[in-house]
Unconditional design. Sequence first.
Length: 122
Amino acid sequence: MASHGDECRLSAAQRREPPAQHAARQAFPHGHLSLPAGRGLVLLWRAARPPHALWPARAFLGTVLMGFGLFNLCEGTVNHQILGIHHVNETVPRSQWIWWDMAFLLWGAAMLVGGWTLWRRR
């Protein structure tokens, strides 16, 4: 049985499956990780809300955005550009992959800058 990483390296055409089926199958491994991450954010928020630890919602949201943005920049640079493990949209012609990958990096940078701005204004 191939690992998730092995499956990511193959395009939908190489796996002989429709792109929509591939997208749905890939959503589960990534999507189910959102549940523990969201639970962790709720626990962090509750722990930071007591009177002794004043942490405004703006600062909390800012740090969350910085974390997501930094993750996207690191993951996009390493996995998409350096290692080429997978790309953001492999359903378009290969010559267009770079544009989707760059948009992903720009979105990560925007989240990082937006989060920093929110955090600084706390």
